[in-house]
Design a protein around this ligand. Structure first.
Ligand SMILES: [Zn+2]
Length: 195
């Protein structure tokens, strides 16, 4: 074994460890704030993340696993770990990052302080928590952001909005029925054609 060999083996191992979402099998409910055309496109043709992205994803997942451990330590038996959530006969899929006394918890590990949201969670993340609350039947969600550079933490609270929940479901229906027909729905972001 030499240095180059060890590096290759370590990277290959890490790439396998990263938990990748199979976008051709399910619609990821955490992304229902995004453009329906983009989501349908990814379901139809799949996304093959490159090796750099896979190891970066692992760093994010590692940071989130560490948050599970710390929450377990501070919340004790009131903390229930992550669980999958399905909707619409299993065609929509997502994960919680845990729950405490009926409150949904969602984590977002971000690379640095600049990526920490200021004042409120970004719109896509707001939709993510609404979709999870809708399909997972929660009334409240706390989203936790942590900067991997400084360890700074920000938290935001979202209450379930039945209107946005319904919007999430409508968008999921639109994407899934388009994919079944092998078609793409209309672009809502204005960027799909330039991609
Ligand atoms: Zn679009």
């Amino acid at each position: 074994m030499d240095a180059k060999d060890l590096r290759t083996r370590l990277l290959a191992h890490t790439q396998v460890k990263a938990n990748l979402f199979d976008s051709t099998r399910f619609l990821n409910m955490c992304r229902l704030g995004e453009c329906p055309r983009k989501l349908a496109q990814e379901m139809l043709s799949g996304v093959e993340p490159n090796d750099d992205l896979k190891v970066r994803l692992w760093k994010t997942q590692q940071a989130e696993i560490d948050l599970h451990v710390r929450l377990e330590q501070i919340l004790g038996k009131n903390y229930i770990g992550p669980r999958p959530i399905q909707g619409m006969d299993g065609s929509v899929f997502g994960y919680t990052d845990g729950e405490c006394k009926g409150i949904l918890l969602k984590f977002k590990s971000v690379p640095d302080d600049e990526a920490l949201p200021n004042g409120r969670a970004p719109n896509n993340h707001y939709w993510m928590t609404q979709a999870l609350m809708h399909f997972g039947r929660y009334k409240k969600c706390i989203i936790i952001y942590e900067s991997r550079t400084s360890g700074r933490i920000r938290t935001y609270e979202h209450n379930y909005s039945p209107e946005i929940g319904k919007e999430c479901e409508k968008k999921a229906e639109l994407v899934i029925s388009a994919v079944k027909q092998g078609k793409l729905p209309k672009c809502a972001c204005g960027k799909c054609n330039s991609r």
